[in-house]
Design a protein around this ligand. Structure first.
Ligand code: NDP
Ligand code: MG
Length: 377
């Protein structure tokens, strides 16, 4: 059997390191052909050694770069289009991952997409690029992997509703007053998932779930009114699909990203893998579901509203959120300042045009400026 060539963009991150472990378990099926990082030189060197990778690239190295490595702003798009790469696992965080997604699709690659911001910022452009050529987008996000598995190729006319599950994050039971002054340490204590800092904060505000609704809308072509979110604190049911006859299918498993990463590489096939702990229904019990408390987590409705509005609004939502989360991680705004900054950016800039990549990037830049100004940073 021929081995699939894989590029991991963002190899040093939480998803990237999980992907390195997955590839190491299956050397007969996958050959790592390229790895990238932003600046974590030593971590990238360890990943490259673990997989014996022929091409390594780093955007802004934190020290002296080993001989033979590439460096600079174009490493992501270069890695995404290398000959011999069949699958591009995009595990970069933020809108910085968009151009690599578009470039990979333009070059006819399968994009195993963890970088949900690509779809939030430019969902239409990304799906158009996938349809226009030989490329395809397969989700890594656990909710969307679950939906893909439940759909099993059935046509959209058979789907009545997608139900995305949300853990509720560390503040699931906190009241709005307490939430406004939540600390960084509080926000980084995710109850069920170990992830990078940005998505961990996004999970605490539920901005992450808004991004996932937009992601689902574009990936599966389901209208926003047919996508719902339910809180499921155990993170065992990864999402559900209700079909037109009323039957509901769910995908379950322990909360480990290694499973959806592997599935994104093998879809629609499955590979024998023992890296993820087996599911124990009795040990996982009870499985519970709750409504979202929208009053305490306004970022969810702000983001879904931006998705429904279309144009540049989702890009403004994303950029405002990225900037506000960066300020919160730096200790310069309070937790409650994140949705306030998003709301201010959407009010001022949500109507900007957004049909081309350059228009979307202009909206992205304007939103970041506005949030810095709004927060007087
Ligand atoms: P991390 O912050 O842990 O890792 C991000 C990776 O991207 C690192 O390798 C980092 O390099 C690199 N990177 C950061 N900024 C840039 C940039 N401007 N240009 C090039 N590379 C960059 O993030 P996660 O792994 O948690 O998340 C990655 C993506 O996957 C996000 O979009 C997230 O929403 C999504 N996702 C994550 C899940 C998870 O469990 N972690 C679950 C579902 C989706 P360096 O180390 O050098 O900084
Ligand atoms: Mg998710």
């Amino acid at each position: 059997m021929t081995r699939a060539g894989v590029a991991i963009l963002g190899a040093t991150g939480s998803i990237g390191r999980s992907a390195v472990r997955v590839l190491k378990r299956h050397p007969e099926r996958f050959a790592a052909r390229a790895l990238t990082a932003h600046s974590a030189l030593d971590d990238l060197a360890k990943c490259a050694a673990a997989l014996d990778v022929p091409w390594v690239g780093i955007v802004e190295p934190s020290g002296e770069v080993p001989a033979g490595w590439c460096q600079g702003p174009s490493v992501l798009t270069t890695a995404a289009t290398l000959p011999g790469v069949d699958i591009v696992l995009n595990a970069v965080v933020g809108a910085a991952g968009l151009d690599a997604t578009l470039a990979a699709l333009g070059a006819g690659k399968r994009v195993a997409l963890a970088n949900k911001e690509s779809l939030v910022v430019a969902g239409q452009l990304v799906m158009d690029a996938a349809r226009a050529g030989q490329g395809s987008v397969v989700p890594v996000d656990s909710e969307h992997s679950a939906i893909l598995q439940c759909l099993a190729g059935r046509p959209g006319t058979e789907v009545r509703r997608l139900i995305l599950t949300a853990s509720g994050g560390p503040f699931r039971t906190w009241d709005a007053e307490r939430l406004r002054a939540a600390t960084l340490a509080d926000a980084l204590q995710h109850p069920t998932w170990q992830m990078g800092r940005k998505i961990t904060v996004d999970s605490a505000t539920l901005a992450n779930k808004a991004m996932e609704v937009i992601e689902a809308h574009f990936l599966f072509g389901v209208p926003y009114e047919n996508i719902e979110v339910v809180v499921h604190p155990q993170s065992i049911v990864h999402s559900m699909v209700e079909f037109v006859d009323g039957s509901v299918l769910a995908q379950l498993g322990v909360p480990s990203m290694e499973l959806p990463i592997l599935y994104a590489l093998t879809h629609p096939d499955r590979l024998d893998d023992t890296g993820v702990p087996r599911f124990d229904p009795v040990g996982a019990s009870p499985l519970t579901f709750e409504p979202v408390r929208h009053d305490a987590f306004p970022a969810l409705q702000l983001g879904v509203g931006a998705g429904r509005r279309g144009g540049a609004a989702p890009a403004v939502f994303n950029a405002a959120n990225e900037q506000a989360v960066a300020l919160f991680l730096d200790g310069r705004i309070q937790f409650g300042g994140i949705p306030l900054a998003i709301s201010a950016a959407l009010d001022a800039l949500g109507g900007m045009p957004g049909s081309t990549r350059d228009q979307l990037m202009a909206a992205d830049a304007a939103a970041r400026d506005l949030v810095r100004e709004h927060c007087r940073c």
